[in-house]
Design a protein around this ligand. Structure first.
Ligand SMILES: [Zn+2]
Length: 107
């Protein structure tokens, strides 16, 4: 079992690796070497022995920002795609372009 730095909250030496958190999924805990103190149940960085509140806030802020950018990009791509412009009587040129060709008289 790997040994971690003592807990920054209660100085206990017993900590377990955290594999998943609601805020970071499986990536967040791996990035911060996150461990959970057994006696007090708090999370901290098992490698540096430092608290992770700031890191968690940064991580969630960054991932939320990335998510927002991604969503904005998807909305933009969806709205500005190759869909034809909405047709209507106030769009005579566009309407003329998408009208089917005049029927050819049968011979
Ligand atoms: Zn502790």
């Amino acid at each position: 079992m790997p040994t971690f730095e003592p807990c920054p909250y209660c100085q206990a030496q017993h900590a377990n690796k955290v594999r998943f958190t609601p805020w970071g999924g499986v990536l967040g805990p791996a990035v911060f070497s996150l461990v959970k103190c057994e006696p007090c149940g708090k999370h901290f960085n098992g490698k540096s022995g430092s608290r992770v509140e700031k890191a968690i806030r940064l991580y969630t802020t960054v991932s939320l920002a990335l998510l927002a950018i991604l969503v904005a990009f998807m909305i933009h791509a969806f709205c500005a795609g190759d869909r034809p412009a909405p047709l209507g009587p106030h769009h005579p040129v566009i309407t003329a372009q998408v009208l089917p060709p005049a029927p050819v008289p049968l011979t």
